[in-house]
Write a protein that binds this ligand. Structure first.
Ligand code: NAD
Length: 260
């Protein structure tokens, strides 16, 4: 197919990012799969997407905690496929601890990966999108971009920050046919959420089932986890022509959490 769009999805070897990469590939986009690990499994994920959806894919290693690697990811994607039409800033990590005990290195890593990386990839992608006559930027924020929860100071700060970045970029590029929006998922049962269950058990002095019921799904009125496919569908919509006038805002996929 001529003129395929190229989409970069940061942190796309797992969870939500992988589902977004697969869903954009299903729309016919060439996909840049990214993580920081560069394992045989990472490359196999990119190869499987290419085979399944008959698109081109490339696995590009870049550590989203490092500004130069964020920018190099975009440059390498453009060199590989000739354009960058869609940028999905998804890579993210979490750490759960009371603010007065929050490890400084965890704070710095969360701000770097969950917030600053998007600044760097966006800055590198804008000239390419302008040159191409348009583009789509989707930032995977969180319900925690809109409301807070205890013990997640760095994550909530980073996610609120990315909401501000989303709005600012949208205003700056509104005349360039480039939109910038956020998706705010509630709890999705990915490895990121699995990993925080033991910390939540410790911080709240609860067992696993109680954490899931009373800490996680307690906030989600549907009492169900969001699925990665539901988040990916929102990303596909924001990248579609139908969403051309949706700019500087967010779609919540949170089962009603932030309606409360
Ligand atoms: P996940 O742990 O399943 O996947 C995270 C991905 O990011 C992986 O591919 C990992 O390799 C990559 N990554 C981590 N650190 C990186 C780094 N330094 N450089 C490059 N890649 C890196 O997590 P997930 O739950 O799919 O989360 C994806 C995004 O969705 C995150 O931004 C997260 O904050 C957000 N989110 C998740 C939930 C949820 O409930 N799972 C809810 C709201 C928002």
């Amino acid at each position: 197919m001529p003129n395929r769009k190229t989409a970069i999805v940061t942190g796309s070897t797992s969870g939500i990012g992988l589902a977004i990469a697969q869903a954009l590939a299903a729309q016919g986009c060439n996909i840049v799969v990214n993580s920081f690990s560069d394992t045989a499994d990472d490359h196999a994920i990119a190869d499987a997407i290419a085979r399944h959806h008959e698109v081109k894919t490339a696995y590009i290693k870049a550590d989203m905690s490092k500004p130069a690697e964020c920018r190099a990811l975009v440059e390498r994607a453009a060199k590989t496929f000739g354009s960058v039409d869609i940028l999905v800033n998804n890579a993210g990590i979490q750490h759960v601890a009371p603010v007065e005990e929050f490890p400084v290195e965890k704070w710095d890593a969360i701000i770097a990966i969950n917030l600053s990386s998007a600044f760097h990839t966006i800055a590198a992608a804008i000239p390419l999108m302008k040159q191409a006559g348009g583009g789509r930027i989707v930032n995977v924020a969180s319900a925690h971009g809109l409301v807070a929860s205890p013990f997640k100071s760095a994550y909530v700060a980073a996610k609120h920050g990315i909401m501000g970045l989303t709005k600012t970029v949208a205003l700056e590029l509104a005349r360039e046919k480039i939109t910038c929006n956020a998706i705010c998922p509630g709890y999705v049962l990915t490895p990121l959420v699995e990993a925080q269950i033991p910390d939540q058990m410790k911080a709240n002095k609860m067992d696993r089932e109680t954490v899931i019921r009373e800490v996680m799904l307690e906030k989600q009125p549907t009492k169900e986890f969001v699925t990665v496919e539901q988040v990916a569908a929102a990303a596909v919509f924001l990248c579609s022509d139908a969403a051309a006038q949706i700019n500087g805002t967010h779609i919540s996929v949170d089962g009603g959490w932030t309606a409360q």
